[in-house]
Design a protein around this ligand. Structure first.
Ligand code: AMP
Length: 189
């Protein structure tokens, strides 16, 4: 199986690039942000709990997202592989993902980390906010909170995957085609 963690700060282009990779390598795309937004629009109990945290750019509790990923892995038993987008975001999530994949006799193949500077991230997210309708893209204060949460809680996972020799840094600035080319090159290497 080919299991990719597509990593990077908010606005790095993980969602857009995931769609490309999903098609090219026939992978199942699992975005915890998309799944959570589905729960919010369906007004489920989980969605109602998560909404306030999401709207202010804070992480939802680990056990919620780990449970969601577990369900999706179970639902896709015959998948050729997965692309994890926006997950894991904490050390506990990364450890849980390793355990879940191990139970299925597989593992993460690579962690591809898109690098984009903060000024560019803020610019991209404010632009996206004009059409996305996402409360967490709407103002610079919330966007900065998301970037700070990424730096404090999520960026340390780079060391977690470096220790497993799975970390690959990818320049996330350029055209969509340039960036998808860099990602494919890293996967095929
Ligand atoms: P995203 O679409 O990946 O930017 O996620 C949007 C929001 O959903 C985040 O700011 C968090 O509130 C929540 N979220 C998504 N994925 C996770 C995760 N793996 N752990 C905790 N919260 C998450």
């Amino acid at each position: 199986m080919l299991n990719i963690v597509l990593f990077g700060p908010p606005g790095a282009g993980k969602g857009t690039q995931s769609l490309n990779l999903m098609e090219k390598y026939s992978l199942v795309h699992l975005s915890t942000g998309d799944i959570l937004r589905g729960e919010v629009s369906a007004k489920t109990e989980l969605g109602l709990k998560a909404k306030a945290l999401m709207d202010t750019g804070n992480l939802v509790p680990d056990e919620i997202v780990i449970g969601m990923i577990n369900n999706k892995l179970e639902d896709n038993k015959s998948a050729k592989g997965f692309i994890f987008d926006g997950f894991p975001r904490t050390q506990a999530q990364a450890e849980a993902l390793d355990d879940l994949l191990k139970e299925k006799s597989t593992s993460i193949s690579k962690m591809l980390a898109l690098a984009v500077n903060d000024a560019e991230l803020i610019k991209r997210l404010l632009l996206r906010g004009k059409d996305s309708g996402r409360a967490d893209d709407a103002n610079e204060e919330i966007i900065t909170n998301r970037i700070n949460n990424y730096n404090n809680q999520t960026a340390p996972l780079i060391d977690f995957y470096k220790a497993q020799n799975k970390f690959v840094a990818i320049d996330g600035v350029g055209s969509l085609e340039e960036i998808s080319g860099r990602l494919s090159e890293a996967i095929d290497a």
